[in-house]
Ligand binder design. Structure first.
Ligand code: PLP
Length: 369
């Protein structure tokens, strides 16, 4: 069986570093925040080419804090995409602001920057592009539009640790970058985790306070805050894992290159790495018009796949109140109907990648596409 991801294989490869790091935190009793989290914040900020990182409990909290620091609240509008994980949109709603969608570009799967201006109203406060699948959104036109209209740019980099746009690491391109360390992400904790990165000291100060009950110092609450703190154990684990991320990213890129090559003549549409992007392949999505049948047959051959994501957020029941309908974002809807994510994790072997590619090709020969 070839799983979609294999967290156990990665743990075993670093067990000798992880286990003592965890025990160290247990013995220190720094269970919440503490010195490991502080050290991780500096290391992760440096890694993202930003001045500061603030570690939090989830990627969703990172997005929520970024929006709050940018002053976003009820009556404001935030422009984002419907083809994303639901958390991007949920975080906007947590602030009381309204998400306003623009469609994706079907080649990059990220925000179509040519559609942004027509979505801007006097209420628009921010643009929230998503670096989906590990590929940066086309940031230059997004930043240019934001500058012209006085909007804040918040990056959802939850799937794109270490990705680069024209040589610059994601997270430090806009005003604030948001990361998730959910176990299956490119940099994953052993539990929940997230971080915001920024080089704006005012935003950093606000987010640092908001994640810990709005305290300026202990029991002096100057803002209405949250309990969004990172666990000490996760900080220690993430410090160990960050040291391996370059190597793991290269492994993902090499698997993607192998898939690209093996599927080049198969008629399957493989993902496109845009010329501006250093893609980190959180996910390797192919496009198939009869996805469900193919997914089932791959499964019967012991090849697990995923779908990211089957329903765009504007068509989710929970967000019906936003007033969108089928047909509003045709590229997002088509992608949601056709994408299939092949197994992708650093510990895959070249033999496994070939098995998946061959399995897909033989299934395709038996099924009409
Ligand atoms: C995972 C993810 C999030 C949310 O992160 P959590 O840590 O699960 O809260 C937000 N946006 C995107 C695009 C994600 O993939």
């Amino acid at each position: 069986m070839i799983p979609f991801v294999d967290l156990k294989a990665q743990y075993l490869s670093i067990k000798e570093e992880i286990d003592p790091a965890v025990i160290n935190v247990l013995e220190s009793t720094q269970f919440v925040l503490g010195s490991e989290v502080t050290a991780f914040e500096q290391e992760f900020a440096d890694y993202c080419q930003a001045n500061e990182a603030i570690a939090v409990n989830t990627g969703t909290s990172a997005l929520h804090l970024a929006l709050l620091a940018a002053g976003i609240g009820p009556g404001d509008e935030v422009i984002t995409v419907p083809f994303t994980f639901v958390a991007t949109v949920a975080a906007i709603c947590y602030t009381g602001a309204t998400p306003v969608f623009v469609d994706i570009d079907p080649v990059s799967y990220t925000m179509d920057a040519t559609q942004i201006e027509q979505a801007i109203t006097p209420k628009t406060k921010a643009i929230l592009p998503v670096h989906l699948y590990g590929q940066p959104a086309d940031m230059e036109p997004i930043l240019e539009i934001a500058r012209r209209h006085g909007l804040v740019v918040i990056e959802d980099a939850a799937q794109a640790h270490r990705a680069e746009y024209k040589g610059q690491r994601v997270g430090s391109i806009g005003d604030i970058g948001c990361f998730s360390f959910y176990p299956g992400k490119n940099l994953g904790a052993y539990g929940e985790g997230g971080a915001v990165v920024t080089s704006n000291p005012e935003y950093a100060k606000t987010m640092r306070m908001l994640r810990d009950w709005g305290q300026e110092r202990r029991y002096h609450h100057v803002l209405k805050g949250y309990n969004y703190r990172m666990d000490g154990v996760q900080g220690a684990i993430l410090r160990v894992k960050l040291r391996h991320l370059d190597k793991w990213t290269e492994a993902r890129r090499s698997h993607a290159a192998q898939y690209d090559k093996l599927l080049a003549d198969s008629g399957v549409k493989t993902p496109t790495a845009m010329p501006y992007s250093h893609h980190v392949y959180h996910v390797y999505p192919v496009r198939l018009s009869n996805r469900e049948a193919i997914q089932q047959q791959l499964n019967e051959r012991g090849i697990q796949t995923g779908i990211h994501y089957p329903i765009p957020v504007h068509l989710q029941v929970a967000y019906a109140d936003l007033g969108y309908k089928a047909g509003d974002f045709p590229q997002s809807e088509l992608a949601a109907a056709e994408v299939l994510s092949l197994p992708m994790y650093p510990e895959l072997t070249p033999t496994q990648v070939s098995t998946v590619a061959e399995g897909l090709q033989s299934v395709l020969q038996g099924v009409k596409v």
